[in-house]
Design a protein around this ligand. Structure first.
Ligand code: AMP
Ligand code: MG
Length: 403
């Protein structure tokens, strides 16, 4: 077991335990946020045929002399969705709508605004442009591989898949993630609460994080600080889940049972990373299933998820560095408050990032304690201060800007 390792080293260990996910065929209606399990080729050319980018007149460019009015005889109307072929000969024009096929013989479009009708004729007042014709296949050719395996299906990608003629697509099955909170002090929100108790919150937030990045969360019942209860819950989860995430019980306390049980009966790859908050996470395997033991402090569990659990998902999905599957992005910000770093550790102070005329600026607003989940809502990012480094007002530093 490794102890007190850098975040980078921890990520590389976690990614070795990625899950091989099987593909499933889903309808485009359900494709939002899913990851392609196979490349997607186009069934058609895009555009499918030469068509007009404007409402106007399909003409022969040579008939129209720029700067002078030209009178052309109207020979028909080309409408989107109609396939009858119209022919434009010398001295002729065909009225045309956006998206309608270009009549045979025409090679340019005049915008409707640049014309005046005159009985059977049209008087052309402005330029005839070839660039107003959208050429067959200029965006995508038939059979071209357009989206690659590992592609994140955002709204535009879903439109693109439909444009290419796909009603359904093969995506990776959602990894099933079991979430188990531990702690004698925890009661469910909505229940009666005693003086020494707190509402259990981590499992809800972690489930939302899992869902947001394309996993299927299962929240198991909270377990008390009992090794037997935890063992039973882990055994149940390992039967149904691709990944287990526990919360709490991984520090040095007498009742930190996740660490104790994992050391005695599980396989621990590492415990503790050089990061604050979020120092004590544990990673390993329970039976066949990879398991993250996240710290109980709510801020810590969220931040460890962002920094360490998320890379397990990207490795399993095979998404690339610039994928739109993100929890945010690394940016440079100018600090408008002093923030303290941490000795020997990467330090993640919550900051509010705003776009100023000079660039991105960052401010702090609430108590920074790792128990204060409100700090994650009042702010929209966190610092990535290297070990032993404070930031002073005016310093430009690395930060993570959450989605
Ligand atoms: P632990 O890591 O178990 O020592 O817990 C650290 C702190 O986080 C303690 O103050 C706990 O009460 C709190 N905590 C642990 N689990 C949760 C949870 N599921 N929801 C909210 N707070 C928690
Ligand atoms: Mg605890």
């Amino acid at each position: 077991m490794e102890r007190g390792i850098s975040l980078e080293k921890a990520i590389s260990i976690v990614q070795l335990e990625k899950k091989t996910l099987s593909p499933e065929l889903i309808h485009l209606d359900n494709a939002y946020g899913r990851i392609l399990a196979n490349p997607l080729n186009s069934k058609v050319n895009d555009p499918r045929f030469d068509n007009s980018a404007m409402d106007g007149w399909a003409v022969r460019k040579e008939d129209c002399s720029e700067g002078n009015e030209t009178i052309l005889q109207i020979v028909g109307i080309s409408q989107a969705g109609k396939s009858e072929s119209i022919r434009v000969g010398p001295g002729e024009a065909c009225k045309i709508m956006t998206g309608a096929p270009i009549p045979i013989g025409a090679d340019a479009i005049v915008m409707i605004e640049d014309s005046r009708p005159d009985n059977e004729n049209v008087i052309i007042l402005g330029p005839a442009r070839r660039t107003y014709i959208r050429k067959k296949g200029e965006n995508i050719s038939q059979d071209e591989q357009v989206l690659s395996k590992g592609h994140y299906m955002d709204a535009a990608s879903i439109s693109l898949a439909a444009t290419m003629g796909h009603e359904s697509i093969e995506v990776f099955c959602k990894p099933v993630v079991g979430i188990i909170s531990t702690g004698n002090e925890l009661v469910m929100p909505g229940s009666e609460i005693k003086e020494s108790q707190i509402y259990e919150s981590n499992s809800f937030g972690i489930a939302a994080l899992v869902e947001g990045i394309g996993g299927k969360p299962i929240r198991y019942e909270t377990v008390t600080d009992s090794v037997e209860e935890l063992r039973n819950s882990l055994d149940r989860a390992t039967e149904n889940c691709d990944l287990i995430i526990t919360s709490g019980g991984v520090s040095m306390g007498d009742f930190d049972i996740v660490r104790k049980l994992m050391e005695l009966e599980g396989e621990v790859a590492f415990w503790r990373i050089k990061m604050r908050p979020g120092g004590p996470p544990l990673f390993g395997k329970w039976k066949k299933t990879p398991i993250f033991g996240l710290p109980g402090n709510p801020v810590s569990s969220h931040l460890v998820f962002s920094m360490l659990v998320f890379p397990w998902f990207t490795a399993s999905f095979g998404t690339h560095k610039n994928s739109k599957l993100t929890l945010g992005k690394k940016v440079r910000v100018k600090m408008l408050n002093d923030v303290k770093g941490a000795p020997g550790k990467l330090c993640l102070r919550r900051i509010k990032i705003t776009n100023d005329t000079e660039g991105l600026i960052a401010t702090t607003h609430t108590h920074q304690g790792s128990g204060n989940i409100h700090s994650m809502v009042a702010h929209n990012g966190f610092t990535l201060l290297p070990p032993d480094t404070d930031a002073n007002i005016g310093d430009i530093i690395d930060a993570f800007w959450s989605n």
